[in-house]
Design a protein around this ligand. Structure first.
Ligand code: ATP
Ligand code: MG
Length: 387
């Protein structure tokens, strides 16, 4: 008899022939998440079992596994060989002082001689005999004793089921380049895409000396928090100061945001392609600010030649985004008050519905190719694993 952690997954079941590819990815990602601990891991039919870890670390290990995308739920359990005597002897030692309870038996191993409902009743009797203050309650019982009789000849007994993040294992989809600002939205956008299996690199534009070193550190911290879910993130840090100064010098200030965003997108696509990434991800949400009207998005999107731009938050309200930011623990960092590069040179009356011909006219005052190449060629690379 020993303590183990049972990991369950759900959507992966649906993947037919690809199933083992997804299961392998999930096992690998759990291993990576637990790299600081010693343990063994094995795949059994329909479950993953983590075992032989130091019991002192059990809560931390559970927390790490909980953050791996693709995990539907987990439980710490006692594992024993499947035989009636051992199961019943263990059950007879259960002490629950008072309240309501039920036993739930899952008989995946159809060779086990008693069906699950009568066996649950039998085990319930044993518990009642030893805990006379308890009451059976089949719906909403305070205590549930789960008995999972698996096909591998082992039975798992546990008391709680912790929900995971669900989603697909990171790495089962091609990689994307996340445009990461220091705001609330973009880390959440990255989280949502990683949830669907996408690996991420990040691209951040900063405007030193208009923005401080602290603003950059904040973005690195956000990437570090995201890496808890995504794995190591390579961050491309690009100095955007010259672009902003050139726009400021040569163009109508009301077009600042539109022009900046079109250059950001061009830089993003070049960096993505150079790094083998297959999509660009932003934290845009429809109508949230001037640059996120359909007209603005159309004009910004038009500079992209080959890649899809994914905007997982496009239909989210700010409070829905904030709720996720809180859940994934990026919120507190996102609201630190350091300047974002987009707030430097902000016009008083930004164009909300830019017309393409006007934008092109403004761009004719700039040497776009040179500005873009300058950004791409002078990036600084930082990896979250080194932070
Ligand atoms: P966020 O909260 O993510 O900063 P926002 O509501 O402030 O978003 P915008 O400033 O219009 O919105 O930015 C929209 C998207 O553009 C961001 O979600 C992000 O993906 C990208 N972006 C904005 N500023 C930067 C930056 N300095 N570096 C990289 N990407 C950026
Ligand atoms: Mg922003």
């Amino acid at each position: 008899m020993k303590k183990v952690i049972i990991v369950r997954y759900s959507e992966i079941h649906l993947k037919g022939k690809n199933r083992s590819f997804f299961e392998k990815a999930l096992v690998e990602n759990i291993k990576k998440a637990l790299k600081d601990y010693s343990f063994n891991i094995q795949k059994i039919a329909g479950r993953i079992i983590v075992e032989n870890y130091d019991l002192e670390n059990e809560e931390n290990i559970k927390q790490k596994i909980k953050n791996v995308f693709g995990v539907y739920s987990l439980s710490d359990a006692v594992e024993m060989q499947t035989n009636k005597e051992d199961i019943e002897s263990y059950i007879s030692n259960i002490k629950i002082n008072n309240g309501t309870f039920k036993v739930e038996v899952n008989r995946a191993d159809k060779k086990f001689p008693i069906k699950s409902t009568p066996y649950a009743a039998l085990l319930g009797e044993i518990i009642l005999n030893n805990n006379p203050n308890l009451k059976v309650k089949l719906k909403d019982a305070e205590h549930v004793v789960y008995v999972d009789i698996r096909e591998n000849g082992k039975t798992y007994i546990f008391y709680n089921i912790v929900k995971g993040l669900n989603g697909m294992p990171v790495g089962t989809s091609a990689g994307g380049l996340l445009l990461l600002s220091g705001g609330i939205d973009s880390p959440v956008a990255g989280f949502q895409m990683a949830k669907r299996g996408m690996t991420l690199e990040a691209l951040h534009f900063h405007s030193f000396p208009y923005t401080s070193e602290k603003a950059k550190q904040k973005v690195l911290k956000l990437a570090k928090i995201l890496s808890e879910y995504v794995g190591n993130i390579k961050i491309h840090v690009v100095k955007f100061t010259k672009v902003q100064e050139e726009i400021h010098k040569h163009c109508d200030g009301d077009y600042m945001i539109t022009l900046m965003r079109r250059i950001m997108m061009r830089v993003a696509e070049k960096i993505a392609v150079k790094n083998g990434l297959k999509a660009i991800v932003t934290g845009e949400s429809l109508a949230q600010v001037a640059s996120q009207t359909i007209e603005s998005i159309t004009v910004t999107n038009a500079v992209i030649e080959n890649l899809p731009v994914l905007r997982p938050l496009i239909g989210f309200d700010k409070d829905e985004i904030m709720e996720i930011a809180n859940k994934i623990k990026t919120y507190e960092t996102s609201i630190l008050p350091y300047e974002d590069c987009c707030t430097v040179f902000l016009p008083e009356h930004p164009i909300i519905k830019p017309r393409m011909q006007n934008v092109l006219k403004q761009e004719s005052f700039l040497n776009i190719d040179e500005l873009v190449d300058d950004c791409v060629n002078n990036e600084e690379i930082i990896e979250t694993k080194n932070l």
